[in-house]
Design a protein around this ligand. Structure first.
Ligand SMILES: Nc1ncnc2c1ncn2[C@@H]1O[C@H](COP(=O)(O)OP(=O)(O)O)[C@@H](O)[C@H]1O
Ligand SMILES: [Mg+2]
Length: 379
């Protein structure tokens, strides 16, 4: 990891540009480290000012590389990156006016919190009173106003992370990049900080590009999420759309819990795909990422969209036979594992209510869902 120094900050180059719709833009961006393998492949992305966008994906999918190109610590091998309509390919990191927060927040241990924040301003020859005002403001933003005199070692992990955030905010950069900033914190603190970061970003109206491999974090914080896999954005959408309308099997599997049934497309017409499951059963689905009969498909169904109470089956619901393998009472919901069309890992979630039957292993039941909740995706 690079240690961020004062020289890597700079005046926002765009302080007075009129608001263009697209603030951050990637156009056909590629990156190769070795001149052969593309770790980022044809990346296209456009963000408006004030957006909180998260890059979510498994390790090695190209998230950090993308962030580093935006920050200017790596150069794109192909394509254009623009900030406020201006191409920044040849602008060095410290002139891009971008604040950064990393997982390992590298505060200077021998300096107080206030000195950590003030130092980069001092290097830029900012006057003492202006410096003090900016440091105070940044510390207040993260509710650490009383901690300016402490050294980093005297702070908890969460407090240090807030200081790292304040350091990224002290320049009043319009754009802040965060790479797994909460990765080192325990679960409770992480959840608290997710909320804090989102609140601060909203209050300041800054634009944030946030990187994580944690889907819950991505869903709770973001205006939009770019799901990365294999150097490509697999889908870019608001959290609810990603969960409810995944466009391919990778996204369906990566976001939330998901059931898949495998089969072959028999027919596509009138917004419906007729799928023959591998055990011979025919079901109607929504054709999402399939094109023609004969093609293999993975059908995706969310656990909470499956119903087994006869009185609750909606009109038009498709029904299938299932065997109960496991029934777990979880208080607010029942979580049931079923064997469906040869799949022993078919999970359904049912909200606990007085009229909902509690199932027992070995029981044969009928389950159903609406064709629209059953998405025919790539195999
Ligand atoms: N400095 C580097 N030199 C060579 N290969 C790198 C370098 N940084 C990352 N990579 C490779 O690029 C790919 C994407 O890495 P990265 O952008 O760090 O992914 P992520 O942040 O999603 O985990 C990985 O295969 C990784 O090994
Ligand atoms: Mg990374």
């Amino acid at each position: 990891m690079r240690h961020q120094t004062a020289l890597e900050y700079g005046e926002p180059i765009l302080a007075d540009t009129s608001s263009t719709d697209a603030f951050v833009e990637f156009e056909r961006v590629q990156k190769s480290y070795d001149g052969e393998i593309l770790v980022v492949k044809d990346l296209n992305l456009s963000m408006p000012r004030g957006e909180f966008l998260t890059m979510l994906g498994p390790s090695g999918s190209g998230k950090t590389t993308t962030l580093m190109m935006l920050a200017g610590f790596e150069t794109a091998t192909h394509g254009d990156i623009r900030l406020g309509g201006i191409s920044i390919n040849n602008i060095p990191p410290h002139k891009r006016g971008i604040g950064m927060v990393f997982q390992n927040y590298a505060l200077f241990p021998h300096m107080t919190v206030a000195e950590n924040l003030s130092f980069p301003l001092e290097v830029r020859k900012m006057g003492k009173s202006e410096r003090e005002a900016k440091v105070k403001r940044a510390l207040d933003m993260v509710q650490m106003g009383d901690f300016g005199g402490r050294r980093p070692a005297q702070l908890s992990g969460g407090q240090q992370q807030r200081i790292a955030l304040a350091r990224a905010l002290v320049f009043e950069a319009e754009l802040v990049l965060m790479d797994e900033p909460l990765g080192a914190l325990d679960k409770q603190l992480r959840e608290h900080m997710q909320f804090e970061i989102k609140r601060i970003a909203d209050n300041l109206g800054i634009t944030v590009v946030y990187v994580t491999h944690d889907q819950t974090e991505a869903l709770t914080m973001s205006d939009r999420v770019a799901v990365f896999d294999d150097g490509r954005i697999q889908q870019l959408a608001p959290p609810d759309q990603l969960y409810e309308a995944p466009e391919n099997s990778f996204v369906a599997q990566f976001i939330g819990e998901n059931n898949t049934l495998e089969g072959v497309i028999k027919e596509i017409s009138g917004g419906r795909a007729l799928v023959e499951l591998d055990d011979g059963e025919l079901i109607d689905c929504k054709p999402v990422n399939v094109s023609k009969p004969g093609e293999r498909t993975r059908v995706s169904i969310r656990p909470e969209r499956v119903e087994y109470n006869k009185s609750r089956l909606q009109e038009g619901a498709h029904t299938l036979k299932a065997e109960v393998l496991e029934f777990i009472y979880m208080g607010d919901i029942f979580r049931t594992r079923l064997r469906v069309a040869g799949n022993d890992e078919f999970i359904i979630k049912t909200r606990n209510a007085p009229d909902v039957e509690r199932l027992v292993p070995g029981q044969q039941i009928e389950i159903g869902w609406l064709p629209d909740d059953c998405r025919a995706l790539d195999a």
